[in-house]
Design a protein around this ligand. Structure first.
Ligand SMILES: NC(=O)c1ccc[n+]([C@@H]2O[C@H](COP(=O)([O-])OP(=O)(O)OC[C@H]3O[C@@H](n4cnc5c(N)ncnc54)[C@H](OP(=O)(O)O)[C@@H]3O)[C@@H](O)[C@H]2O)c1
Length: 208
């Protein structure tokens, strides 16, 4: 049985993947903020097969806070000896700069720093898998120069497009780092070719 960790697994594509893996008889750890959504997901699955839900667990966490990502890592390490698949799908879109109680820009932390903490801190658990895989749902193909290394948290200027391009490029670089640390790791940055109608958490703007 594989152990699959899915951030943003309570809704949208993350929830679809959680349902898929549970139906495939794998063990799934869902990370998100809403236990109510997690329980609704389990209730829908239990209607078809009550046994499915025994393999699911939930870690409530706000991944726009670095301390919360570190706590998630500790909880996973305490409960699991191995991680086979790590899916990074948490999303909350902001059109305006938002500073968290930690004093960091929320989108940069949620869409990149949290993924960095989870991917690098779970290296040893991923290394124990026969086929370790990280699926980072972050549309590939951002410009090479998209990161402003002097303004990672967009203090000087914030826009969704700029912040989005910056985190996408950083997530590609994270793949290089992660696969150097663990050459057996399959690391994918992936995004849908067209918009997928999900919960679109956050302030998605009028176009979406
Ligand atoms: N939908 C699209 O067309 C599209 C296009 C390109 C890329 N993507 C990418 O695909 C991935 C999945 O997107 P989606 O549209 O399927 O997502 P979604 O339906 O908007 O769901 C977002 C998920 O993230 C969780 N989340 C939000 N804020 C969080 C926080 N602070 N801490 C922890 N979890 C948080 C939500 O759970 P809670 O409510 O429980 O917190 C929910 O499970 C994202 O990485 C997104 O950027 C999507």
């Amino acid at each position: 049985m594989k152990t699959v960790v899915i951030t943003g697994g309570t809704d949208g594509m993350g929830a679809a993947l959680a349902s898929h893996y549970l139906r495939e008889s794998e063990r799934v750890v869902v990370v998100g903020r809403s236990r109510v959504k997690f329980e609704a997901l389990l209730a829908a699955l239990a209607a078809d097969d009550p046994a499915t839900t025994d393999r699911a667990s939930f870690i409530a966490a706000d991944l726009s806070l670095t301390a919360e990502s570190r706590r998630v890592v500790e909880q996973i390490k305490a409960r699991h000896e191995r991680v086979d698949v790590l899916v990074l799908a948490a999303s909350f879109i902001r059109q305006k700069r938002h500073e968290t109680v930690e004093g960091h820009e929320a989108s940069w932390v949620l869409f990149f720093v949290s993924k960095y903490i989870l991917t690098t801190s779970l290296t040893s658990l991923l290394a124990d898998s026969d086929h370790p895989t990280v699926v980072n749902i972050s549309v590939p193909g951002a410009r090479v120069e998209a990161i402003d290394f002097d303004d990672l948290e967009s203090v000087r200027c914030f826009s969704f497009i700029r912040s989005n391009a910056q985190q996408r490029r950083a997530n590609e670089l994270l793949g290089i780092l992660a696969t150097v640390e663990n050459p057996t790791l399959a690391y994918l940055t992936w995004g849908p070719r067209r918009l997928v109608k999900t919960s679109f958490a956050g302030d998605v703007g009028w176009v979406m």
